[in-house]
Design a protein around this ligand. Sequence first.
Ligand SMILES: Cc1cc2nc3c(=O)[nH]c(=O)nc-3n(C[C@H](O)[C@H](O)[C@H](O)COP(=O)(O)OP(=O)(O)OC[C@H]3O[C@@H](n4cnc5c(N)ncnc54)[C@H](O)[C@@H]3O)c2cc1C
Length: 387
Amino acid sequence: MGFYTKEQKKIISILFPKKKQDYNELLESFGEFVEKKILPTARKVDKEGIFPKENMDMIFAQGFTNIHYPEALGGLELPYPIYIAAMEMVAKGCASTAISLAIHGTVCDGLYQFGSKEQHEKYLRDLIAGRKLAAFALTEANAGSDARSMTTMAELEGENWKINGSKMYITNSGKADYYFVFARTRSGFASLIVPKDATGFSHGANIPKMGLKGSSLMGLTFDNVQVPKENLVGKVGEGFEYAKRMLLGGRISVASLSVGIAQAALDKTIKYATERDAFGKHISDFQMTRSKVAEMMTEINAARLMTYHAASLKGLGEDFSAEACEAKLYSTEMALRVCNEAIQLHGGYGYTDEADVHRHWRDAKLMTIGEGTSEIMKIIISNMAFE
Ligand SMILES: Cc1cc2nc3c(=O)[nH]c(=O)nc-3n(C[C@H](O)[C@H](O)[C@H](O)COP(=O)(O)OP(=O)(O)OC[C@H]3O[C@@H](n4cnc5c(N)ncnc54)[C@H](O)[C@@H]3O)c2cc1C
């Protein structure tokens, strides 16, 4: 089986019949690159908690982050689902690398949608090329799902915005060059770009966590941080809307990461089941094993279809709110179920560090929490049903 799966290939062929050969060749070669260069160090990245900077640089060099941006900004102007298909493969190779890139991608998306031409030139161009790294700073210690209750304040004083407050659980902290920060102002929420070296800005120590151990996670402190007024993204009062729209795109990425993680767990399981013997047979010969594998495959493919569907709508500029939330809810919970069965089918070995299969479950668990928990997804989806 190629690293770029035949299921991915079929979806891309259906979505882009006229360009299928070009896109499939591109993704096949990206898959080969991930398999050769990213996959081999994934276990070490997890075990030793190494921030996967080298992986990210190699992926940036492949043009990965600029897939769907206009050529004028250094992009390749390819459709959004191509980016999502590539993301799936990065997550299959190394989820720590994928989450760091996904957050970076969410900021690029926000700057592209809401930033000015000057901000595109000053920040986005470098971010798209991977010369700089970004972080998305919304959550606070007392404001996660209920992000509107954030207390970080920004005040315009003369030519500068003065920011005071703190953020919590911010991916890429301590590694990012630019922080896309959400804060309250007297006239509603605002989003501001805070460079890493802004006076009064600091980050805490890396917060140890159960999975995605290579990605960085820290709290941020803003102590009278001053940034020029040009660092405001979009309009004052619109910041929360921007956050919501950025999170919607982020949910498609998280769904694709979940599909990639689940596929990695399934691939390991199929291999193990054909090697491990019990009662004089390969465990793959037991009907119950086959039933589990059939369910794993079906669920992965269902999640993948939902994810690429949401990605297509986003790429076409259509409303994709419901589809992004549904894809996120289904794919992330699916990944947990699949990774759980993968551990089960590896037996006692699956529970050990040596098997490296519980890594996928640990990585998948965050997906049901970040960018909006499963419970919040259910609230958003059901609200749409009753509106
Ligand atoms: C590894 C990691 C990376 C992260 N990266 C980032 C990042 O880069 N940027 C960023 O801004 N944030 C980031 N976060 C924060 C993440 O987005 C939040 O943790 C998440 O949104 C949940 O918020 P919370 O932790 O405050 O949980 P809470 O909001 O306190 O929720 C606790 C529980 O209550 C449930 N709950 C809350 N409200 C309701 C309700 N109305 N109805 C039913 N149930 C409800 C939740 O679903 C959850 O199960 C990250 C978190 C982690 C762990």
